[in-house]
Design a protein around this ligand. Structure first.
Ligand SMILES: [Zn+2]
Length: 267
């Protein structure tokens, strides 16, 4: 009978493990396990029935379905009833703990501006089918983030999806909400990212070559508002943003299509 949490760490025993051990009050931390090309691996483990029962008493009601099922199989009895989603602070506390173990804050190269960076919160999670419930729960708790499509790495690695939070405002919001519940390692990491973000000048939104966002006249001078021949008919997505169909200049679209047809005709 065994319960185990792995965590890699370059600076000795990872704080996540010591915090977890303090909270559940049982188990031992072991490691490092050293392997070529890998970070030193530490782990917390509990190996007796009383210890596992103790863990379940402490955190069972807040666990996600996968871990619940594992504990129920191992202990051969049902867990205390699930109590989440409860209060906002409880869900954020869970999300902070999950983030401490699985998440990170990092810098992406800016898509269009060389030498600039963009902040990203990144939380991967494996699931054989569908999306790991942990990612959906995390998303619900912090209220921001997108879950990517499935990635299938080579075995023995499992298929996984990535939750990512983009844009400075959303990253700051997520960090603000998680802050009370994450440890020093993830805090320091996030602070470094934010230092870079706040030391680079704000970039103007949009690409100047596309003209002013929402302008009535396009760069070639067409009147976008009156370029439509037949009334616009949305196909669902437009309900969230009813003016979306006005962004593109229909007159330009027609001119470009005409030109492509003309080019094709010429041998
Ligand atoms: Zn135009």
């Amino acid at each position: 009978m065994q319960s185990r949490i792995n965590q890699a760490g370059l600076d000795g025993v990872p704080e996540v493990l010591t915090r977890f051990q303090r909270i559940v009050g049982v188990g031992r931390i072991k490691g490092p396990v050293l392997a070529e090309g890998r970070q030193p691996l530490y782990y917390w483990e509990a190996t007796s029935r009383p210890d596992l029962a103790r863990v379940v008493d402490r955190i069972g009601p807040w666990l996600c379905p996968v871990k619940r099922a594992e504990f129920e199989r191992t202990l051969g009895r049902p867990l205390p009833a699930q109590v989440w989603p409860g209060s906002m602070s409880e869900e954020l506390a869970w999300a902070g703990g999950f983030f401490d173990g699985e998440g990170s804050t990092c810098l992406d190269k800016h898509r269009t501006h060389e030498g600039f960076f963009a902040p990203v919160i990144y939380v991967p999670q494996a699931a054989e089918i569908g999306t790991a419930p942990e990612l959906l729960r995390f998303r619900n708790a912090v209220g921001v983030g997108n879950v990517s499509g499935i990635r299938r790495p080579k075995p023995p690695h499992k298929p996984y999806r990535r939750l990512r939070v983009y844009t400075l405002q959303k990253v700051q919001l997520a960090l603000h909400l998680l802050w009370p519940f994450v440890g020093d390692v993830k805090r320091t990491q996030a602070q470094r990212v934010m230092q870079v973000m706040h030391s680079q000048p704000d970039l103007p939104r949009g690409n100047p070559a596309f003209g002013v966002a929402g302008a009535r006249y396009c760069l070639r001078g067409h009147d976008k508002w009156n370029a439509r021949v037949r009334p616009f008919k949305g196909r669902g997505k437009n309900e969230q943003d009813p003016m979306n169909h006005m962004r593109q200049c229909l007159a330009c679209l027609r001119e470009d299509a005409q030109e492509r047809r003309n080019n094709k005709r010429r041998p």
